[in-house]
Write a protein that binds this ligand. Sequence first.
Ligand SMILES: O=P(O)(O)O[C@@H]1C[C@H](O)[C@@H](CO)O1
Ligand SMILES: Nc1nc2[nH]cnc2c(=O)[nH]1
Length: 350
Amino acid sequence: MTGYSSKNDVATANGKQNGSGNQTVENGSKPTAFTPQGNHASSENNIQCSLTSDEFRAVNLMRQDMYPYEVIQEIADFIVKGSGIRPKIGIICGSGLGSLADIIQNPKVFEYEKIPNFPVSTVEGHAGRLVVGTLEGANVMAMQGRFHFYEGYPLAKCSMPVRVMKLCGVEYLFATNAAGGINPKYAVGDIMLMHDHVNMLGFAGNSPLQGPNDPRFGPRFPALVNSYNKDLINKAIEISKTMGIESSVHVGVYSCLGGPTYETIAELKALRMMGVDAVGMSTVHEVITARHCDMKVFAFSLITNKCSTEYSDKKDDEASHDEVMAVAKNRQKTCCELVSRLVAEIQKTA
Ligand SMILES: O=P(O)(O)O[C@@H]1C[C@H](O)[C@@H](CO)O1
Ligand SMILES: Nc1nc2[nH]cnc2c(=O)[nH]1
């Protein structure tokens, strides 16, 4: 084979590691060494890590994934007391779909950084606010900004807000996302109602339920068949007919990869062979957490880009977050209408 070369260069994020493993840091502060036990020491004979003590503490906080029931209860109490509302429906806004929270009436807004023990959003298109209020007469709470594995958060932390929703009183989770369409019949701007998922992070041994199980949330070994509520899917199909968009609404299988990279062609081919229709970087761990604590789940993907399984040199064929955001902005009105009409249906039968 020609045209392919592999060099043994080793680089760090700041590009300063040399072949001998010696490291320097950009800002001149002294690197901190850490032991495999996790306590960081300044001894030079341990594994070296180019973090200052402050950076190390920040990373540690980010990776904290144990949220005892009592801590989640405290967060839930903070939100219920602060808003004066006990929400029944929880909405998670996907990339660029923050407007789903803007349609909430009499909103009480909580910035994530002001909520005790809450993580912060780091991704463009995820504002980082919890909005509590009413929609179509129903009490709702919406996450305007979710947490992703690729941001550095463990899965349990990414989906911790779902447990907060549960303890606030939420019975229904509406999870939305932006996703790449692998099914060749899907077009950009279409909506895929999720009826199942392939948990690629789970295949790799990662779960939001890893670690000790607290039975106050749910069982050690929850079943996931029928995770996506069929009645809600059918109601959404009926609503799509009345909205005149049924030809661009599909029912399909979503898969979550770790990101932040978009997929290679070989990965897309593999996913297609596995029966995946749309691929993204979220939602699955939230659904698992919601089902564990017995919430009813409705989820949909907005198809923001087509994932071709053919090799191409065209730059236009590459996925980009700008495209994802632009398509989501274009389709936000339709997504908002679908969500509010479904909320109205739930409220009607309450
Ligand atoms: O939060 P979602 O799943 O809607 O966002 C998707 C996945 C990545 O965060 C981002 C990639 O463009 O969009
Ligand atoms: N993994 C993944 N996530 C996305 N989010 C929006 N589009 C995509 C995509 O093509 N792949």
